[in-house]
Ligand binder design. Sequence first.
Ligand SMILES: C=C1C[C@]23C[C@@]1(O)CC[C@H]2[C@@]12CC[C@H](O)[C@@](C)(C(=O)O1)[C@H]2[C@@H]3C(=O)O
Ligand code: AKG
Ligand code: FE2
Length: 357
Amino acid sequence: MQEVRREISEPPLVTSYQALLQNNDLHSSSLKNENLSVQEIDLPLIDLCNLQSENRENSRLCAKEIVGAASDWGFFQVLNHGISLELLEKIKREQVKLFRLPFEKKVSSGVLNDSYRWGNPTATSASQFSWSEAFHVPLEKISDEDCNYGEFSSLREIMKKLAMAMSSLAQTIADILAQNLGYTCHDFPQNCDERTCFLRLNRYPPCPFSWPETGGGASGLISHTDSDYLTILHQDQVGGLQVMKDSRWVSVRPNRNALIVNIGDLFQAWSNDVYKSVEHRVIANAKRERFSFAYFLCPSYQSTVGAYAQPSRYRSFTFGEFREQVQDDVKRIGRKVGLPRFLMDHAEQHIHKQIDF
Ligand SMILES: C=C1C[C@]23C[C@@]1(O)CC[C@H]2[C@@]12CC[C@H](O)[C@@](C)(C(=O)O1)[C@H]2[C@@H]3C(=O)O
Ligand SMILES: O=C(O)CCC(=O)C(=O)O
Ligand SMILES: [Fe+2]
């Protein structure tokens, strides 16, 4: 009887991870029992309905909560964000269908602007491996007629709606954070539009190398800070997102009605470290697959990040220079360094201070 070859949708994560384990000391694993006593917490929960309140005091207090969380946690979650549960559930259904495509098709069909990524292509050790797959799609490609959606035309419509709603939410929050620092223009950050921003769809397959089965194990997504101004993130109810708080990992309790907002590297630089771009990661789950999606508020590569006030702790750099430095560091030392590469050194700071007076 003709054997029906079941097309595999799973990326070859096991093979890749095992190959990396062979390279390294067999006992080395990314989470050397780091995960033992991670506390589950609720991120600061901010109800955005107060922002539109006629009561100016409510609106002011809501803005104050956003500023406080962005300065202290670098992460918070918002209610009444303008994206309906119905739309969020539609995205989840489409996302499941999309990731169920045969792996070969995800890699080679060019679907969603050929934006498919899995594992961590630059990983040279097990600790840099990410047990996940993703589509990282520029917003402009979502509405681009010749963007290959294959049988996913419904996905295009849903992603366009999502992108619009996420863009508006990100702009509202960026405005509040910028105004708090005395920035009066209403279009901060400049040069962020559908040509420069991204939607990222993540799937985290069940992982046989996950903690605590092995007392350490693969990361769903390795620890990183986001290379953007601001990220709006939706995680499903499986859990696994962890955020660094006071030098300890805390696990973020899922809240089905909330969206998570986190400050990116560029906003930390622009705000002279007032707002924090905080390390976060995803712990792989042994039994359940997990889905999330994220909107990244990014400027054009030619845009200078600058600072809201001088003297800035960071030398002036463009987003393109930042991305290049990230990729160069990942290639040369196996991990992203990010902002520390752009700190003004003391001599430069001294000179800038002299020039400014
Ligand atoms: C926000 C992001 C930065 C990142 C891609 C991502 O969407 C999520 C994973 C991040 C990460 C972590 C490990 C590596 O440093 C990196 C280059 C990667 O492959 O995944 C970064 C990505 C980045 O900075 O572009
Ligand atoms: O899946 C998550 O919860 C986090 C994803 C993330 O950090 C990212 O895509 O940058
Ligand atoms: Fe992230």
